[in-house]
Design a protein around this ligand. Structure first.
Ligand code: ARG
Ligand code: ZN
Length: 844
C-alpha cells in the first residue's frame, strides 16, 4: 500500500501520558501499557486506530473495563468513549527471534530497541506516528545489571529501574537497553549551569574504546551552545554501543543507541577515517536533540526537516573542528558518489518525497545529503545573519512541535523578508540540475551566461527552473584574484551576468565551495584547468580543477585509448610538492576519480561505460603517476611520517593520508617493500590497514592477511575491515570467487549487518568486479539478498541500491541484472522493503 503526503490527517486523539512496564524475557517479554488519551481538537474524525505488528495481545482495557479490539490492517480499531479515557494493554513479544533489528530485539544477550521510523508498533499498540507526542514513564523489570530508558532516572531497585522523560516525544524516539554493560563516565556543565551525567555504555572488553567518543560528545555539546545557542535539557545523557544495528546510530531522547562501528575507537583498532566518522555521528545524534527531538516531523514525508538540517549541522561542526576545505571536498565526494548516483537512476526522488510504501527505504542520500545541501544554499542566499535569525525563530516558534517544510521555509521568510516560493522547488523536484556555461569578453566586460536544466526523473518528466546560488570569482591571466567571490542567483532557465572594468579576459572560478548540488557542464581546456589548480583561491575549486583535469584525461584514455597526459602528471606533481598546501588537501588532490564516478560521467555524456576499460585506464594512470612522480612520492613518504604517539587529530591524520596516497603509488613500483615493512611496524590501525590495502592491491597480501586475522580475530570491528578490504579490492575477474570464499569463512556472520555490509557492500563498490561480464557477482549478491530478506528486510533493501545504476550499462549486463532482479522479485514472501525497492529499480 502506498502512503501519500497529500493524504495527511491529524490523529483522532492526543496522548497526555504514557506508562510502560517491561517484564523482560528473551522469548516472551511482556509489555504493559497505560496510556491517557483525550480527543484531539484538530481531528477531522474517524475511527480510533492503534498501530501494532507481531504483538500477542494478552488483554486490553478502557477505563478499567475489558475490551476486545477489532483487527485492522497494521493494527487495531476500538470503540472508545467520547471524552478522555485510559487505554491499558498487555502484550507479549519475542526479542530473541527479532532478527529484523526493529522494535525490541537482542544483540549478544543484550536487549535494545530501534523504533525509527515505525518500530514502536512492534513493541505495543500505539499511535506510532511522529505527530503524536507525549511524556513517557517507563519501568523495566529484568535480572540484568544495567536497565536504561529515556529521560531522567526516577527510581531503581533490585531487578528493576524506572525512568521518566518529561519532554513530550513521538514513539520513534523511545528506547530501552538492558544488559551486562559497563560505562565510561564523564560530566558536562551546560552554559546555564545544568550538571549533566554522561555515559558511554559498552561490553566490558570495549571499555578502552570510549574515550574519543566521549570527547567528541563534549565538544558537540559545547559547539551547539556556542553556534546555535542550544543547551542540553536532561540530567543525564547515555550512549550505548550495539553490535547488531541496521544503521549508524539513533537519536532516542537522552539514550542514543549506536552501531558499535560508529562510536568505538582506539588507535590500534580504528583508522583516521573511523575517528572522523565517529566524531561526526556523535555530533549528528547529539544535535538531533534540538533538530529532531524538541522539534520533530509532522509525518515521515518531512524527514529531511530533521535529517537535512542535522547533517548540515554536523558538517558545520566537523568543518569547525577540522578543516572547512577538506570537509567540503569530502562532503562533495560523498554527495556525488551516493546522491548524484541515486538522482541519476530509477530511485531518484525529491528531498521531500510525496509517496512511499516503506519509509525505511527513504533514509537516503537524497533526504540526508541533498537535504543538507538545500540548507547550505538557503544560508548562502540569506547570509549568515539571516540564517541565524531564521534559526532562532525556528527554535522559538516551533519548540515542542511536529513541524513541516512549510514551517521551516516560513521562518526564513519571516526572519529575512525573502520570498522562497521558487526556492521551495528544491524540496519537490528530483534530479540533479545541469548548468551549462558560456563566456564572452568584450571591452573590459566579462559576460557569464548560465543555463539550467534538470533531466526527467521517475514521475517527473518536466522540470521548472530552480533558484541556484552560483558562487563565482575571477582571476586575472597572471593568477591574481580580480573579482572576489560573488554569489550569482540563477533563477531562470538562462541568465547572463556581467563584470566590468577588467583589463583582460579573466579565468572564472565557477561554483566555488560547490555552492549548489548541480553538475557544472563546462568544456574547459586542460591548461585552464591546470591554471585554476595552481591559482584558485577557493580551496574547493582548486581541488575541483585538478579533479576535472584527471577526469578529462581518464575519459580520453577510456574512450580513445589516449596515453596519460603529461600535463596532468606535471600538475599533480606541483600540487604534491607544494608545501604551502595542507597535507590532507594534497592527499585529496592525488586521489583519482572513482571508477563508478567515471561510469556515471560516461553515461551522462551519452556513452555506455565499460567497467573493465575504466578499471584498466585507472590502473594505467596510477602506474604512470607512480613512474613520473616517483622521487616526489618517495620523498613525501619519508617526510610525512608522523612521529610520537598516535593522535587522531586533523593535522596528523592529514599527514598520514598523504603518506598513504604516496604509498599506494609507490607500491606499484617497489614490489610492496615499503608496504610490507610498514605493515610490520605500524602501531596504529590507519597505517596497518593502509599497508594491507597496498599489499592486496598488488596481489602480495597473503602473509599479511593471515597475520592480520590471527592478531584481530577477537575484534569484530577490525575483522569487518579484513572482510571488506578483500571483497573491495579483489581483482575484477576473480571478485565473485573471492567473495564466495569469504562467505564460506566461519567468521562470515551474515546476520550481523556490519559483517554482511563489509562483504557484500565491498563487492558492490568493487565496480569492475561487480560488473564482471559473466554476471557471477550479480548472481552471488542476489543469492545472499534472497537469503537475508526474511531475516533482515531493511539491510536487504538497502543493499539493493547496488543495482540502481543498471540501466547505464550494456544490453548484456542489463539482461543479467534483470534476470537476477526478477528472480528476487519472484521470491515468495519477499518483504515490503525489498519489493518496493526492486519494483522501483526495475521501473514498474
Ligand atoms: N535518525 C537516525 C539518524 O539519522 C537514523 C535512523 C534510521 N533508522 C531506520 N531504520 N530507518 O541518525
Ligand atoms: Zn539523523
Amino acid at each position: 500500500r502506498t502512503i501519500h503526503l497529500a493524504d495527511y490527517t491529524p490523529f483522532t486523539h492526543v496522548v497526555e501520558q504514557v506508562h510502560l512496564t517491561f517484564r523482560l524475557a528473551p522469548g516472551a517479554t511482556r509489555v504493559i501499557s497505560k496510556i491517557a488519551f483525550a480527543p484531539n481538537p484538530d481531528s477531522k474524525g474517524g475511527a480510533f486506530f492503534l498501530h501494532g505488528e507481531d504483538l500477542k495481545l494478552i488483554h486490553a482495557r478502557i477505563d478499567g473495563e475489558s475490551v476486545i479490539p477489532n483487527a485492522a490492517e497494521g493494527g487495531i480499531t476500538c470503540d472508545v468513549p467520547e471524552g478522555p479515557f485510559t487505554w491499558e494493554a498487555e502484550v507479549e513479544i519475542s526479542p530473541q527471534t527479532n532478527t529484523a533489528l526493529e522494535g525490541l530485539y537482542m544483540s549478544n544477550g543484550m536487549y535494545c530497541t530501534q523504533c525509527e521510523a515505525e518500530g514502536f508498533r512492534k513493541i505495543t499498540f500505539y499511535p506510532d506516528r511522529p505527530d503524536v507526542m507525549a511524556p513517557f514513564d517507563v519501568r523495566i523489570e529484568g535480572e540484568l545489571p544495567v536497565l536504561l530508558s529515556n529521560g531522567n532516572p526516577a527510581a531503581r531497585g533490585d531487578g528493576w529501574a524506572e525512568w521518566s522523560d518529561p519532554w513530550p516525544k513521538p514513539a520513534y524516539l523511545f528506547a530501552l537497553v538492558a544488559g551486562d554493560l559497563v560505562n565510561h563516565p564523564d560530566r558536562f556543565t551546560t552554559r546555564s549551569g545544568r550538571d549533566v551525567e554522561l555515559n558511554i555504555w559498552v561490553r566490558e572488553p570495549d571499555l578502552g574504546k570510549c574515550a574519543f567518543g566521549m570527547d567528541a560528545l563534549k565538544r558537540s555539546m559545547k559547539w551547539d551552545e556556542e553556534v546555535y545557542g542550544r543547551e542540553y535539557d536532561l540530567d543525564i545523557f547515555n550512549i550505548v554501543a550495539v553490535d547488531d544495528f541496521n544503521m549508524g546510530a539513533m537519536e532516542n531522547k537522552g539514550l542514543n543507541i549506536f552501531n558499535s562501528s560508529a562510536v568505538l575507537a582506539s588507535p590500534e583498532t580504528a583508522t583516521d577515517a573511523n575517528f572522523e566518522r565517529i566524531e561526526s555521528i556523535i555530533a549528528h545524534e547529539y544535535f538531533h536533540n534540538w533538530t529532531g527531538n524538541r522539534i520533530t516531523c509532522r509525518d515521515w514525508f518531512q524527514l529531511c526537516l530533521k535529517e537535512g538540517l542535522t547533517v548540515f549541522r554536523d558538517q558545520q561542526f566537523s568543518g569547525d573542528e577540522r578543516s572547512h576545505a577538506v570537509q567540503r571536498i569530502n562532503d562533495v565526494l560523498a554527495l556525488r558518489a551516493r546522491q548524484f548516483r541515486e538522482d541519476n537512476g530509477p530511485l531518484a526522488h525529491p528531498v521531500r518525497p510525496e509517496s512511499f510504501v516503506e519509509i525505511n527505504n527513504f533514509y537516503t542520500a537524497t533526504v540526508y545529503e541533498k537535504g543538507a545541501e538545500v540548507i547550505g544554499m538557503l544560508k548562502r542566499l540569506v547570509g549568515d545573519e539571516g540564517y541565524s535569525k531564521a534559526l532562532d525563530l525556528y527554535f522559538s516558534r516551533h519548540d515542542g512541535d511536529a513541524a513541516t517544510i512549510e514551517d521551516w521555509l516560513k521562518v526564513f521568510e519571516d526572519a529575512t523578508g525573502r520570498d522562497l516560493s521558487q526556492f521551495k522547488r528544491w524540496y519537490s523536484q528530483a534530479g540533479t540540475p545541469r548548468i551549462a556555461v558560456q563566456e564572452s569578453f568584450d571591452n573590459g566586460t566579462y559576460t557569464l551566461t548560465l543555463s539550467q536544466s534538470t533531466p526527467p526523473t521517475p514521475g517527473q518528466p518536466d522540470k521548472e527552473p530552480l533558484v541556484i546560488p552560483v558562487a563565482v570569482g575571477l582571476l586575472s591571466p597572471n593568477g591574481d584574484e580580480v573579482v572576489p567571490t560573488r554569489v550569482l542567483e540563477l533563477t531562470e532557465a538562462e541568465q547572463s551576468f556581467t563584470f566590468d572594468g577588467l583589463s583582460a579576459k579573466p579565468v572564472a572560478s565557477i561554483l566555488r565551495s560547490f555552492s549548489a548540488p548541480v553538475v557544472l557542464e563546462r568544456d574547459q581546456s586542460a591548461s585552464e584547468r591546470a591554471f585554476l589548480l595552481a591559482h584558485d583561491t577557493d580551496p574547493f575549486n582548486k581541488w575541483e580543477a585538478g579533479r576535472a583535469l584527471a577526469k578529462d584525461v581518464l575519459i580520453r584514455m577510456i574512450t580513445e585509448g589516449a596515453a596519460p597526459d603529461p600535463a596532468l602528471l606535471t600538475a599533480l606533481e606541483n600540487v604534491a610538492r607544494d608545501e604551502t598546501l595542507d597535507p590532507a588537501f594534497r592527499a585529496l588532490a592525488l586521489g583519482l576519480p572513482g571508477q563508478d564516478d567515471l561510469a556515471q560521467t560516461l553515461y551522462q555524456s551519452g556513452r555506455t561505460p565499460d567497467p573493465l576499460a575504466i578499471y584498466d585506464a585507472v590502473q594505467q594512470l596510477r602506474k604512470a603517476i607512480a613512474e613520473q612522480l616517483g622521487t616526489t612520492l618517495s620523498d613525501l613518504y619519508d617526510d610525512m611520517a608522523v612521529h610520537g604517539p598516535y593522535r587522531p587529530d586533523a593535522g596528523d591524520a592529514g599527514q598520514r593520508a598523504l603518506r598513504q596516497a604516496a604509498l599506494g603509488f609507490l607500491s606499484l613500483l617497489d614490489g610492496g617493500v615499503r608496504a610490507q615493512s610498514q605493515y610490520e611496524t605500524a602501531d596504529n590501525m590507519t597505517e596497518q590497514l593502509g599497508a594491507l590495502a597496498c599489499l592486496l592491491d598488488i596481489g602480495k597480501a597473503e602473509t599479511a592477511l593471515a597475520a592480520f586475522r590471527h592478531q584481530w580475530q577477537e575484534d569484530r570491528l577490525v575483522m569487518d575491515k579484513w572482510f571488506g578490504l578483500q571483497s573491495g579490492l579483489a581483482a575484477p575477474a576473480k571478485a565473485a570467487a573471492a567473495v564466495h570464499r569469504l562467505t564460506e569463512d566461519p567468521g562470515f556472520d551474515w546476520k550481523n549487518p556490519n559483517r554482511f555490509r563489509a562483504v557484500m557492500g565491498g563487492l558492490a563498490m568493487n565496480a569492475a568486479g561487480f560488473h564482471d561480464p559473466s554476471g557471477a557477482s550479480y548472481a552471488l549478491l542476489t543469492d545472499w539478498l534472497i537469503l537475508l530478506d526474511p531475516v533482515n528486510p531493511q539491510t536487504t533493501a538497502r543493499m539493493l541500491t547496488a543495482f540502481e545504476t543498471w540501466k547505464h550499462y550494456d544490453a548484456d549486463r542489463q539482461g543479467l541484472i534483470r534476470e537476477n532482479l526478477e528472480r528476487l522479485a519472484a521470491t515468495p514472501g519477499l518483504s515490503r522493503d525489498s519489493s518496493e525497492m526492486v519494483g522501483r529499480i526495475l521501473g514498474d
